[in-house]
Write a protein that binds this ligand. Structure first.
Ligand SMILES: [Zn+2]
Ligand SMILES: [Zn+2]
Length: 264
């Protein structure tokens, strides 16, 4: 496995690092999974028993949308999720099943506003660098899936952008919020696959920035989101990045994948 070189989120300072250690002594860090005290410098920042509660999404999975397949494969996965669909992204990959602890952490970040969890979830996103298709390029531009401004004001942050910042700090890759959501949409969770696509048509556009095209034209984009469900959102985003922004490639990475659950 070749993870990107990990650097501290704030490489500026020995002073800050020192005072961080002092803070750890005064206020021991707690595991976000079980609230037991946590040894310093664990990566990802979870205690050992809680790490066993993560459900990594392992091969075999669909090479297009990342859907898990249980069993032995003879040839490519014939995927129920992307069969008969033309998806605008090149491929999508998720690090974990959206199950138990991971699902709970994402839920707490988004709806419980536990923004500090974005550090841990951003670290979990780095598992996607185990994929050769991601690991082999060093020139990705990180782009978050945008929230509608109304939703973002309500939540006070965009979880995808928070994850993007962590990945940018850990990998040294450039983060560029290249998209905006121009239409509020019905919550996707209440819709089936076909209605999800319909619901999102025309919901995204390129960000209003004079240099936007120069920044993404001919570039490889890593589109970042918390959870991948059917791929309707990331498909719409990738369509805009390619058709309006002339991106040469769009790959999607998410912390977790809804869909086929893990065994057991
Ligand atoms: Zn724990
Ligand atoms: Zn698929």
């Amino acid at each position: 496995m070749s993870l990107p070189k990990l650097v501290d989120g704030d490489p500026g300072g020995w002073w800050r690092a020192g005072s961080g250690r002092l803070m750890d002594l005064l206020y021991p860090r707690l595991c976000p999974g079980c609230e037991d005290p946590l040894a310093a410098d664990l990566f990802p920042a979870l205690c050992e028993p809680c790490r066993f509660r993560l459900h990594p999404l392992e091969a075999p999975f669909c090479e297009v949308c990342g859907e898990k397949f249980h069993g032995v494969l003879h040839g490519a996965v014939n995927c129920w999720n992307c069969q008969g669909r033309t998806l605008a992204f090149d491929f999508a990959r998720s690090g974990y099943h959206a199950h138990e602890l991971v699902r709970d952490l994402i839920h707490r970040l988004k709806y419980g506003r536990e923004i500090a969890l974005s550090r841990l979830l951003g670290q979990l996103l780095l598992r996607n660098w185990e994929d050769r298709r991601i690991e082999r390029h060093r020139d990705w531009i990180l782009v978050p899936v945008p929230l509608h401004p109304g939703r973002e004001r309500q939540r006070q942050f965009n979880q995808s952008d928070e994850l993007c910042r962590v990945v940018a700090a850990e990998t040294g890759l450039q983060r560029w919020p290249a998209l905006r959501r121009i239409r509020a949409t019905t919550a996707q969770a209440s819709l089936d696959q076909e209605s999800r696509l319909e619901n999102l048509k025309g919901a995204f556009a390129l960000a209003r920035h004079p240099e936007i095209r120069e920044r993404i034209e001919g570039k490889r984009i890593l589109l970042i989101d918390d959870v991948f469900t059917t791929g309707a959102t990331t498909h719409e985003c990738a369509k805009v990045l390619k058709a309006q922004g002339n991106a040469s490639m769009v790959a999607v990475i998410t912390v977790a994948r809804a869909g086929t659950p893990p065994l057991g």
